[in-house]
Design a protein around this ligand. Structure first.
Ligand code: GBH
Length: 467
């Protein structure tokens, strides 16, 4: 059912697991700052220690081996490597840490997939305007080149930026992620734009300087729900679905995979709203003098969690906001169970549909499902039957996408290897295949039933029949 070289992975992100927020010369990131402010995160929690993976990497490696993963997706902390965000000063201790992680993985025949940016901008760069500033994109490119140069002899799968949508919207429109800005209807578009520029520059750097020697692949990870009109035959719902898709998946996938520019539907909706409110358009344009953004992905990296039904939405009155621009309301189908966090309706078959859509819309790219996960809240249940079922069902949908729809799926990464710091929800939401005891100084890791089941699936297919 699965190709021989299919990637069976699990993922984590630096701020969510490492801890060691001030260890060995690491600079602060926007998540350090954000969590240390009152009222930002559930229970005033923070990632100061998290899973202590900076100290306990060997324990993570044991988990990885216990699952039999072929791939492990981790992110690098920019501020651990470059404390002030620039290559003026390199923190060698940080370099040593990631060198050890990468070398240990390879020694165990596990291939690393490395994300350069998973929400944790160096605070020093935020102080100079953060992602709203065009200069941050250039500094990201320097950081990316530094990482390709330092680790690219061993890392063959790169993700530049994880979920630019989440950084832009949750960080700058809603203010519920770092840097906690609430500038509705303006900042998110600017941030998204600079992130696309940053990604494109880094891809071009890899392409022109490192690809020939290192022979790796570079992309960005795009999160998307599967969206369907609330009423299949109703024009308003169909239009609203098209708009919401353009403002989420399309926002980043269209420039990179289709036209080099934002979806027409997105631009015209923003322009129309701008005119109504008597302000200029807020969606930036790509300059012809800069490296093209079109064609800057060697594969499609998809983070999939859930699905939505869509109808025209309520805006925010006369105010400027993305909600009014996109004019789409999201509804859950009553047949979809909601488990754990309120946004996560369990819809494995949505992934198959989304994969088919990606194949048809983006010219049949190689696709990695770089995140797929299921959360647990409330009392700890190590016997997490629902999560085990979720991964089994979702992997079955991937198999159907491969076999019946001929989607070129190359891998599946569960989110997450470990229970970890779940951003604004702190430690109250658990996504791991291993439980981490955050009350224990040793941060002991215990496998969930879902971890055992995932290991069985992997061992069944890892060296299984080739197609
Ligand atoms: C992923 O994003 C992240 O990459 C990962 O770090 C994280 O741990 C994982 O999700 C689990 O959350 O709060 O109602 O505004 C997934 C995409 C998009 C899902 C934003 C949650 C927020 C809904 N996320 N969405 S709400």
């Amino acid at each position: 059912m699965f190709p021989r070289d299919f990637a069976w992975g699990a993922g984590t992100a630096a701020y969510q697991i490492e801890g060691g927020w001030q260890a060995d010369g690491k600079g602060p990131s926007i998540w350090d700052t954000f969590c240390h402010e009152k009222g930002r995160v559930f229970g005033e929690q923070n990632g100061d220690e998290a899973c202590s993976s900076y100290e306990l990497w060997e324990k993570d490696l044991e988990c990885i081996q216990q699952l039999g993963l072929t791939h492990y997706r981790l992110s690098l902390s920019w501020a651990r490597l470059l404390p002030d965000g620039t290559t003026r000063h390199v923190n060698q201790k940080g370099v040593q840490y990631y060198n050890k992680v990468i070398d240990d993985l390879l020694a165990c025949s596990v291939s690393p997939m490395v994300t350069l940016y998973h929400f944790d901008l160096p605070q020093a760069l935020q102080d100079q305007g953060g992602w709203k500033s065009a200069a941050t994109a250039t500094l990201f490119d320097s950081y990316a080149k530094f990482c390709f140069q330092t680790f690219g002899d061993r890392v063959k799968l790169w993700i530049t930026i994880n979920e630019p949508y989440v950084c832009a919207k949750l960080g700058h429109e809603d203010g519920i992620h770092a840097p906690g800005l609430k500038e509705p209807g303006t900042a998110a578009y600017l941030v998204g734009h600079n992130m696309l520029r940053a990604h494109a520059m880094a891809w071009h750097s890899y392409n022109s300087r490192y690809r020939t020697q290192q022979e790796g692949a570079v992309s960005l990870a795009i999160n998307s729900d599967w969206l369907e009109p609330l009423h299949a035959g109703r024009t308003e719902d169909i239009d609203a679905t098209e708009r919401l898709l353009a403002f989420t998946l399309g926002w980043f996938a269209w420039p990179v995979f289709v036209t080099g520019d934002y979806p027409e539907v997105m631009r015209s909706a923003i322009d129309a709203q701008s005119e109504k409110l008597g302000c200029g358009s807020r969606l930036p344009s790509f300059s012809k003098d800069e490296p093209a953004v079109l064609g800057t992905a060697d594969f499609f990296a998809l983070n999939y969690y859930t699905s939505r039904k869509v109808k025209p939405g309520a805006g925010c009155g006369e105010m400027l906001c993305m909600k009014s621009d996109r004019d789409a309301g999201e509804v859950l189908d009553p047949s979809w169970p909601v488990c754990g966090v309120s946004w996560l309706a369990v819809v494995p078959h949505g992934l198959r549909k989304l994969l088919k859509y990606i194949k048809d819309t983006f010219n049949n790219p190689a696709v990695y499902v770089t995140e797929s996960g299921f959360s647990q809240v409330g009392p700890l249940q190590l016997h997490d039957v629902q999560r085990a079922e979720f991964h089994k069902d979702t992997i079955l949908e991937v198999a159907k996408a491969l076999q019946d729809d001929k989607v070129n799926v190359r891998g599946y990464f569960t989110w997450s290897l470990l229970d970890n710091f779940e951003w604004a929800d702190g430690f109250s939401v658990r996504f791991g295949l291993f439980h981490v005891d955050f009350t224990d100084a040793k941060r002991s890791r215990t496998v969930y039933q879902s971890g055992r089941e995932y290991a069985k699936i992997i061992s069944k297919y890892k060296c299984g029949q080739s197609r």
